[in-house]
Ligand binder design. Structure first.
Ligand SMILES: NC(=O)c1ccc[n+]([C@@H]2O[C@H](COP(=O)([O-])OP(=O)(O)OC[C@H]3O[C@@H](n4cnc5c(N)ncnc54)[C@H](O)[C@@H]3O)[C@@H](O)[C@H]2O)c1
Length: 389
């Protein structure tokens, strides 16, 4: 689903998208080709457990699009430098990151390495290779998150603004906050035209099943030999997130990339504050499944209770606003996951996911962790579904 996009008649540009095999990066590539069909996009992705080129099957097989995938690591300085030398990038949009908060609590090292060292490596290549970047229209957009601001109280009616100091509360958000500071330092010290966006929680198709909405849909619709699969929810599920449809996020990124002011941070949100439990119950109602599937598990340490963004700067200065209502976006998303179960099962059946899930529910009921593991027979349907996409 996408609000109508009008293709632009404009000069071709060459864009490096990092992390383009992930959830938001792949949607951004689709969005960019719809809006800027004559751009060239180089998608650099390490293909970690979260990256899947299947998300871009249609893009990669479309001969009209100037698209290339390059497998590699944003922390590999030699490789990144060679790429910057090979392509004269006009724009860099950095999505590549380790992104799952719970995983960062289990093992923070890859978060610190990719999220901080990765952005430094990319910016350093831009610094050494781009000639007079500001004058030559170069732009480096670093994708950050509202999680750098920390957590708000549930009933204090305040919102995160761009002026607030970062107060990260998880290794994930700490690594993203540090990356933002590194990016800002390349703007002040080296005049690299850096822009930073901080968005709220995204939802929409193609998200990894470790994240809330695809996990709830797939657990609700699957069963293991006739036995229902429980849906693990932290605490009482009363934590609040501000939910943004991924296509609206991509439109905001495109706007900031082309019209934002270098050196600035832009919050992106849609004033859609919803309790986690409300989302889960809504999905179960749509799928006609009982609420008894919900299995409350202990809060992860320092669980943030409320995120809420003040997005008035991007609305007032750049005239962006979200187009997809929460009801409309959720209806489409639930339908999409219901029709893409074999893709979700493919990701859920990996040993990586099994290990993660067992840690997630550890201390509650080890047997329930097993319930989620699909049989390999289910994966055979995947190829059939792939052919139709
Ligand atoms: N998902 C959200 O709700 C949300 C909200 C706000 C901000 N963000 C930010 O948006 C960006 C994208 O998030 P997402 O949800 O699409 O993440 P994702 O986990 O789905 O995708 C991340 C991608 O980065 C790639 N990657 C990881 N390490 C890499 C490395 N060292 N080199 C090259 N590629 C690497 C992975 O293979 C994957 O394709 C992240 O920077 C995240 O912090 C996400």
């Amino acid at each position: 689903m996408q609000a109508k996009i009008v293709a632009m008649q404009e000069e071709p540009k060459t864009m490096l998208v990092t992390g383009g095999a992930g959830f938001i990066g792949s949607e951004f590539i689709r969005y960019t080709f719809l809006k800027h069909p004559n751009y060239q996009i180089i998608n650099l992705d390490k293909l970690t457990y979260a990256g899947d080129l299947f998300r871009l099957t249609k893009i990669a097989s479309n001969p009209k699009l100037n698209y290339k995938f390059v497998e590699g690591d944003i922390t590999d300085a030699g490789f990144v430098t060679q790429l910057f030398n090979q392509y004269d990038f006009d724009y860099v949009v950095n999505f590549a990151a380790e992104t799952h908060v719970t995983r960062s609590i289990f093992n923070p090292a890859p978060f610190m390495h990719t999220n901080i060292e990765g952005v430094r490596t990319l910016l350093n290549a831009a610094f050494h290779i781009w000639k007079e970047p500001a004058e030559n229209g170069k732009r480096f957009l670093h994708i950050s998150t509202d999680e750098v601001y920390g957590s708000l109280e549930k009933d204090d009616y305040t919102f995160f603004t761009e002026e607030m100091l970062p107060r990260p509360r998880s290794p994930y958000s700490a690594s993203k906050a540090e990356a933002d500071l590194v990016a800002q330092s390349y703007f002040s010290a080296h005049n690299i035209p850096v822009l930073i966006t901080r968005s709220t929680n995204n939802y929409g198709p193609w998200q990894h099943p470790e994240k809330l909405i695809p996990l709830v849909v797939s657990n609700a619709l699957e069963d293991k030999k006739g036995k229902p699969i429980p849906i693990p929810i932290h605490g009482d599920g009363r934590d609040i997130r501000d939910w943004l449809y991924v296509g609206d996020h991509c439109a905001a990124i495109d706007t900031v990339l082309h019209y934002g002011k270098p050196g600035e941070i832009y919050n992106i949100g849609s004033n859609n504050e919803v309790e986690t439990i409300e989302i889960v119950e809504k999905i179960l109602d749509v799928l006609n499944k009982p609420h008894s599937l919900i299995k409350f598990i202990p809060f992860r340490e320092n669980h943030d209770m409320r995120y809420a963004i003040d997005a008035s700067k991007i609305k007032n200065d750049l005239h962006w606003e979200p187009k997809v209502s929460f009801d409309e976006g959720m209806e489409f998303t639930i339908k999409w996951y219901s029709g893409s179960l074999s893709w979700l099962q493919k990701l859920k059946s990996t040993s990586d996911f099994r290990n993660y899930y067992q840690k997630l529910v550890a201390g509650t009921d080890a047997e329930e962790a097993e319930e989620i593991i699909v049989s390999s027979a289910d994966i055979n349907d995947y190829a059939v579904e792939a052919a139709g996409l």
